[in-house]
Design a binder for this molecule. Structure first.
Ligand code: CLR
Length: 433
């Protein structure tokens, strides 16, 4: 397990343990879905989408068989599948190396999107999802804090890092591609092992745009494109990341490159690779700093740590994909599991208890469609009632505030969830299902 060294790390670790964050997560993680085969009706996406030009994610009225049995809240938790990269980042004394690893972590999030073009369930207002792993020593929590526009506020804590932000996407089908634009700012805090006076540093960035391409051709896939700047507000280091759009040919597909600069704009590291497969780093030396990417494929899948001589080194490699319905990753597979130890601790609003999604996971699409309709009607009725009483909706676990470092609005976790959960004190959650 994780060795914590610095006192801010020890403090965080004790907080996570004292609040019983891992209680209920004792069972081994699930490696299979209840169904063995994807028996969804095979209907081309284009044939149903063609009448939905201009629609966004919340308005697409696709048959439930176009969904995958995950909630967007769970989908967002998949960002932390490769959070060990953040644990590694914290081990470096050199802040530019920490930036290099943080940057690779932000790119690793897209590996889960390959062969996944189903629609996650739109979270209901007030829906929550918690997830903890004893192996990674982190706890994740998210709440749907707004329905129109749909916003999920998320907050993950681990001894060496925090990761938080809002999934606030603007999406639209333009007749050819389905475009997802990320409006929210994302944050990482690192508590380095050896801190030279910096006990905690703050990074922020905006995620690149995702586009579902190939819909007309019947081969839909998620692509990422655009430039991303990641800033370490504490040290002044920054990273420029470039996601290359998938062109007409597959040359350059999935490609991502980046450069790490210190606050004096000196380029110290470069990174490059493919977000569906692996990403490498390279120190910029007097001999130059180009990283040639002629489809580097590794034979060795272990990351030996940074090399200081200017040769390239592997930072991240994607996990093998299991062969399961909906092409879920091994991580995604675990999210909707409902182990007996966990059940008594879950909030009544947890995505795992959503009846439509549960029915879909069990392959009962008719029941899924029926239940989806029922909970959506229930959500509309609750909204009407609030309007009639002149009540404004207030999220239960997050507060919107100005971030002290970036001065942007962000959703701060009020920190109450885990203690209440430990004390089985979650009965006052809204009845949304
Ligand atoms: C990508 C990784 C990010 C978080 C994130 C947010 C929105 C997700 C996106 C990820 C993956 C693609 C996604 C999208 C919302 C809708 C879209 C799931 C997880 C799907 C593929 C749209 C399907 C709609 C079709 C029916 C066209 O960190």
């Amino acid at each position: 397990s994780l060795v914590v060294i610095s006192s801010p790390q020890v403090e965080k670790k004790n907080e996570l343990l004292n609040e019983g964050s891992f209680v209920g997560y004792e069972d081994p993680v699930r490696t299979k879905l209840p169904m063995d085969e994807d028996n969804r009706p095979k209907v081309g996406l284009w044939s149903v989408l063609k009448s939905m030009v201009g629609q966004d994610l919340t308005k697409l009225t696709l048959p439930v068989s176009f969904n995958e049995p995950t909630s967007l809240l769970q989908r967002v938790s998949e960002d932390i599948e490769y959070s060990h990269i953040l644990d590694q980042a914290a081990t470096f004394e050199d802040s530019s190396l920490r930036m290099l690893y943080v940057a690779v972590f932000t790119a690793s999030m897209y590996a889960s999107t390959t062969n996944r073009v189903s629609k996650p369930f739109n979270p209901l207002l007030g829906e929550t999802f918690e997830y903890a792993r004893t192996d990674g020593q982190y706890r994740f929590f998210t709440e749907q804090v707004s329905h129109h526009p749909p916003i999920s506020a998320t907050w993950t804590e681990s001894p060496k890092w925090d990761f938080f932000g809002e999934c606030n996407v603007d999406s639209s089908f333009n007749g050819r591609t389905f475009a997802v634009q990320h409006l929210g700012l994302w944050y990482i805090k690192i508590r380095p092992d050896r801190n030279n006076g910096v006990s905690e540093e703050t990074y922020s960035w905006k995620k690149p745009n995702n586009t579902v391409i190939g819909i007309l051709m019947g081969k839909p896939q998620v692509d990422n494109s655009g430039d991303v700047k990641i800033t370490n507000h504490t040290t002044g280091d920054y990273c420029m990341l470039h996601y290359k759009a998938h062109g007409w040919t597959s040359a350059g597909a999935y490609e991502v490159r980046g450069e790490i600069y210190n606050k004096n704009n000196e380029k110290l590291w470069v990174l490059g690779g493919h977000w569906n497969d692996s990403i490498y780093g390279k120190k910029v030396t007097s001999k130059g700093g180009e990283l040639t990417l002629d489809r580097i494929k590794t034979t060795n899948s272990t990351t030996g740590g940074p090399k200081l001589d200017g040769s390239k080194f592997l930072i991240w490699k994607s996990n093998e994909r299991p062969s399961v319905p909906f092409n879920l990753t091994s991580f995604a597979l675990t999210l909707n599991a409902l182990p007996a130890h966990l059940l008594p601790y879950l909030a009544p609003t947890d995505s795992r208890l959503r009846p439509d999604q549960r029915a879909m996971e069990n392959g009962d699409y008719d029941k899924a469609a029926e239940e989806k309709h029922r909970v959506e009607v229930k959500q509309r009725v609750a909204k009407k009632e609030r309007e009639q009483k002149g009540e404004e909706y207030k999220p239960k676990w997050f507060i919107q505030e100005e971030h002290p470092v970036t001065k942007s609005l962000y959703w701060r976790f009020n920190g109450e969830y885990w203690m209440k959960r430990k004390n089985h004190d979650l009965k006052d959650c809204a009845d949304i299902y």
